[in-house]
Design a protein around this ligand. Sequence first.
Ligand SMILES: *Cc1c(COP(=O)(O)O)cnc(C)c1O
Length: 225
Amino acid sequence: MQSPLPGILSNLQNAAQAAGRPVPTLLAVSKTQPASAIAGLAAEGQRAFGENYVQEALAKIEALQGLGLEWHLIGHLQSNKAEVVARHFQWVQSVDRNKLVTALARHRPVDLPPLNVLIQVNIDDESSKHGCQPAQVDALAAAIAAEPTLQLRGLMAIPAPWPDPAQRHAAFSRMQALQQALQSRYPQADTLSMGMSSDYAEAIADGATMVRIGTALFGARVRPA
Ligand SMILES: *Cc1c(COP(=O)(O)O)cnc(C)c1O
């Protein structure tokens, strides 16, 4: 079977060009996929991978160490798992509360580069979703920026699966405004992570600098996640 990676990369380029925006980073979302599938994409040059579940991710990180991959935690993180995450991941995209900031900062080994952190925003105010409220971004950003073992890199969101493109655009635009306000105060916060298999082109038009794509790269997931 032909790899979907080149096609996705050219879609990202085309969407960015159409919007007059820089080409976003592709995060390959590999939850539920075996290490062999990740190694296959890595052999094609894909470097950044996103995982949702800490235990599942640790096994793959260990199996694939030596490939020089960059691991992003994109799922909800309980603070009792902050220590292993701070040791084994390069990015955490799901930081949404102070307790997690403190725990990740305390456990990030000082001989490693700072842990890249995104603040997850619950942009559609869904009770089923994690993430902070937009009004909490400032306080969390200040807490992260004050930690030498953390690097504030920006914002992440999983908008509601609106059937109406205008509502998707509204959620992405609110994120873009939050990101611009954040980066004006913290220039290092250069990342806006939004857009998945079904809506990444729209997210890029609305300012995404990183898209998180699973199904379109790996095919349908074997078990629901
Ligand atoms: C699973 C997941 C994705 C990827 O979703 P697809 O629709 O398979 O592309 C992106 N972001 C998060 C947070 C996810 O959990």
